[in-house]
Design a protein around this ligand. Sequence first.
Ligand code: TRP
Ligand code: SF4
Length: 400
Amino acid sequence: MYPDRVVSGMRPTGALHLGHYHGALKNWIKMQAEMPCLFFVADWHALTTNYDDPSTIEASTWDMLIDWLAAGVDPSEATLFIQSKVPEHAELHLLLSMATPLGWLERVPTYKDQIEKLSHKDLTTYGFLGYPLLMAADVLIYRATQVPVGEDQVPHVEITREIARRFNHLYGKEKGFEEKAQEAVKKLGSKRAKLYNELRTEFQQQGKEDALEQAKAMLDDAQNLSMIDRERLFGYLEGSRKLILVEPQARLTEASRLPGLDGQKMSKSYGNAIALREDKDSVTRKIRTMPTDPARVRRTDPGDPEKCPVWQLHKVYSDSATREWVVKGCTTAGIGCIECKQPVIDAVLKEQEPMRERAQQYLDDPSLVRAIIADGCDKARKLAQETMRDVREAMGLSYN
Ligand code: TRP
Ligand code: SF4
């Protein structure tokens, strides 16, 4: 019914690091070539936990956007925008909040978790409880079919699906829907109409998912249907409701295999990160001073790569010949650690080279980024307004 579309957001954390690149960003870059994508800075989301200090949001937003562009997110392929510049997200959030049971939000696994973890902050706020609902609005307002997220965010996509389902159930009623749907069935032509009815019965009475899929594929192919009839027929397949909001799928982003300099997860707050556009000298210095297998006190002491964080970087950056050279050299004390680190340094610098280059034009002329975002915000707002028109109408709010 609705075409494939990807929506994903990231909180403005400021300059990104290579862990972000090997996790989320590479995935975005892959998806932008495959289907329409909207990527946005979730600046309102930053307020759900940092409402007491909003002073860093602005600079973090622009820094992060430059990093996206530097990494290869391409504004000629994907739509880039800032959440707060599309206030329709807030309107949908408000309308959805009316029918969202508190229990759904309280049961989101990260809710109690985060309140405990961030106990130095008072997160017993309305905004923090409602944060998954804001995320649902971010996704539903674009009728996204796919949402690339990390594992921790999967429950949020799940609740998004539940909210869409509930919305369609509550507000997807249309006066005379049955009759109108049956009229639309006739317009399919007698052969297709017969097949449609059979598949619909199979799905509704026996729960056959493949019958549903087959019927949807048939509707996708049917040429002579108006948008509204098509929408009715999709809704009629699954029940007797119009589908106003779309249930999205979570597309799990593989966790980054790139650990930090100390072997722990790479994170700015652990002080073990390499920034995406960190300067060459600093990258070289950081890797040169990385801890290695503690057994290698002297150059002549053999080591074990499995006990060394440098080895984890080789696993990401080195080819098999280099890795063999490391294993042999390390376990026999044939190479020193500085020697062993050099191919990693070279590979990281090489990876960053095009990123630094791409970033430079935006640093030289910040108005380029502003223009990209202004354009992206316009495009996003148009799509959001289309959905909101339908939402308002369904909720009886389209009067003048
Ligand atoms: N909640 C996400 C995070 O903290 C960011 C986010 C906000 C998001 N809205 C979204 C991700 C919509 C995907 C889709 O990482
Ligand atoms: Fe680590 Fe390489 Fe030194 Fe072995 S030789 S301890 S793998 S840095």
